[in-house]
Design a protein around this ligand. Structure first.
Ligand code: UTP
Length: 315
């Protein structure tokens, strides 16, 4: 049976479209990302980007635009029909795998656009302008996974409906990690999980960071962001930074942040990728019990140096 994605809400939303930037070079994950986009790296048995599209669909976003780069083909093929494969599985009567193969193309109306050169996340978002038009839209980074049990995106859509403007997702990180993220200066709103964003800075040093709130890869953007991006010059790393455009919008008082304290995984980072695979594998009904039993034995063996694998390799 196909696993249906059930939207978290049935109320009519003003936001219907999601943009998934997936055109970055993925240098942190080389050489795996030499010929494969990092968004296509498998997390257990699905590419990372499929979880992201499932999250969009679960929040009721039924139109997804992928912004792809030189590895366009693998992403496009994954969200398309695979006629020969489907025929072979149908002939074998393998309904479970047939559904798994068909699922990605059924999640939403999926579109693709190419970012000719990886000029930065801000530029990738600007590539979506014509498709998005004059409506607010969501941006979900294709390598940034929010645990499927979380409802962050739905909450952000509610906050957009309440406050208008743009909404970003924020997570508190230890001071020594803030230089890896965009960082937000914030003011309280009276709601525990919502802040007003008064400023943004891309990858600040610990000393220059205005707070410990890191921007993570979920955004609900007002279409005003496009005009701002058009005039945003290359910033940090010579890239057109979404953070710089949001900084301009924030000074106009139109950006809010939803503070998220749930499970989030950066699959573009090797160590976090490994944690993601282990964690999601442990949670799976089909794999979890056996894998968890093995993992416990493996970890106990690491502590004592007596795992069966080690004994065998040492022999
Ligand atoms: P990252 O900051 O992770 O950069 O991009 P990157 O180049 O992809 O990866 P590393 O740091 O070299 O390993 C954040 C998101 O923005 C997209 C990426 O695909 C990722 O989803 N992106 C980045 C673009 O679509 N285009 C760009 O020009 C840059």
């Amino acid at each position: 049976m196909s696993r249906m994605i059930v939207p978290h809400t049935t109320s009519a939303r003003t936001v219907r479209k999601a943009v998934v930037p997936a055109a970055g070079l993925g240098t942190r994950f080389l050489p795996a990302t030499k010929a494969t986009p990092k968004e296509m790296l498998p997390v257990v048995d699905k590419p990372a980007i499929q979880y992201v599209v499932e999250e969009a669909a679960a929040a009721g976003l039924d139109d997804v635009l992928m912004v792809t780069g030189r590895h366009k083909r693998a992403i496009e093929d994954h969200f398309d029909n695979a006629f020969e494969l489907e025929q072979a599985l149908a002939a074998k009567g393998d309904a479970v795998r047939l559904d798994a193969v068909r699922d990605p193309a059924r999640l939403a109306s999926i579109h693709h656009i190419r970012q000719g050169e990886p000029l930065g996340l801000g530029h990738a978002v600007l590539c979506a302008r014509r498709h998005v038009g004059d409506q607010p839209f969501a941006v979900l980074l294709g390598d940034d996974l929010i645990d499927p049990r979380e409802t962050l995106l739905s909450r952000m859509l509610d906050v957009r409906d309440q406050y208008a403007g743009s909404v970003i997702a924020l997570m508190e990180v230890p001071p020594e990690q803030i230089h890896l993220y965009g960082c937000a200066a914030v003011e309280a709103t009276g709601e525990d999980d919502v802040v007003r964003v008064t400023g943004l800075v891309e990858k600040p040093s610990h000393e220059d960071a205005p707070s410990s709130y890191a921007v993570i890869g979920r955004y609900i953007l007002d279409p005003a962001v496009f005009d701002t991006l058009e005039r945003t010059p290359p910033g940090r790393g010579g890239e057109i930074q979404l953070t710089d455009a949001l900084q301009e919008l924030a000074t106009g008082g139109t950006v809010h942040g939803v503070v998220f304290d749930g499970l989030r995984y950066d699959t573009g980072d090797k160590a976090d990728y490994l944690r993601t695979v282990v964690r999601l594998a442990c949670d799976r009904d089909d794999l979890g019990p056996e894998f968890t039993a093995w993992l416990k034995e493996f970890v106990a063996g690491l502590d004592t140096g007596t795992s069966s694998e080690r004994r065998r390799l040492a022999a």
